[in-house]
Design a protein around this ligand. Structure first.
Ligand code: MD3
Ligand code: FE
Length: 216
């Protein structure tokens, strides 16, 4: 067997400021990766990943599930947060303590000390899946930031401005990277480009993204 010279090496975290109130914390979630993926497996066994329909009737290419008090859903009636999984009628699975702790510590590191997420949206991208430019504005308290955690295959995210017409910057997000955006960046347009084919040792041919929100 080949000894792994890097097995016990701590992974260095670096912070990149994207704009006022917005930061990429590179590798911030790397040390917890296997625990996070185990929790995703348990949550999605109870609340399966599904392709929701937009109010316009299109099926989303990203598969979604949720945990925490509130889950984000979209259907013919529109976008909203609700306490029950529409597939089962049951409450969403509880937010695992390691999820909440990671989100709080990332928010703190980015200068948001009072973040208490009550919703976590789980996105799974398979090759070909994407998310077009949009704003996250279904949350009641826009003074709270959003924290995003990327796991698995890399994907390019688009970091826009306050209007859809302004050309976004492309920023690569890799396994373990965390993005925090709040303050003046909270309502920026953003999205992710089409996921390319690949194989990640922990997730296989997909990328997961967790977004932590203070919804209600
Ligand atoms: C916010 N998810 O679920 S999160 C979403 O990768 C969502 O699944 C994407 O947008 C995903 O609502 C992106 C990371 C992100 C990146 C850049 C941003 C969020 C951003 C720029 C401005 C505002
Ligand atoms: Fe978003």
């Amino acid at each position: 067997m080949t000894p792994d010279l890097f097995a016990d090496q701590p992974i260095e975290t670096t912070t990149e400021a994207l704009a006022e109130g917005a930061f990429v914390l590179r590798h911030f979630a790397s040390a917890a990766d296997e625990d996070l993926l185990r929790e995703i497996g348990q949550i999605t066994a109870a609340a399966p990943l599904r392709h929701m329909k937009t109010p316009g009737g299109h099926s989303m290419s990203v598969a979604m599930s949720c945990c925490g008090h509130w889950g984000w859903v979209t259907d013919a009636r529109g976008y909203r947060y609700q306490a029950e999984d529409p597939c089962s009628g049951d409450p969403w699975p509880e937010m695992p303590p390691i999820f909440a702790e990671l989100a709080r510590s990332a928010a703190l590191a980015a200068g948001y000390p009072d973040f208490t997420p009550d919703a976590c949206l789980i996105n799974r991208y398979e090759p070909g899946a994407k998310m077009g430019l949009h704003q996250d504005k279904n949350e009641r308290d826009l003074s709270q930031p959003i924290v995003s955690v990327s796991l698995g295959l890399p994907q390019t995210f688009q970091f826009g401005d306050m209007t859809r017409s302004e050309r976004p910057r492309n920023i690569p997000l890799g396994h373990g990277d965390v993005v925090v955006w709040g303050g003046p960046s909270r309502l920026r347009y953003h999205g992710v480009l089409t996921l390319k084919h690949g194989a990640h040792p922990l997730t296989g041919a997909c990328r997961y993204n967790l977004t932590f929100r203070s919804a209600r």
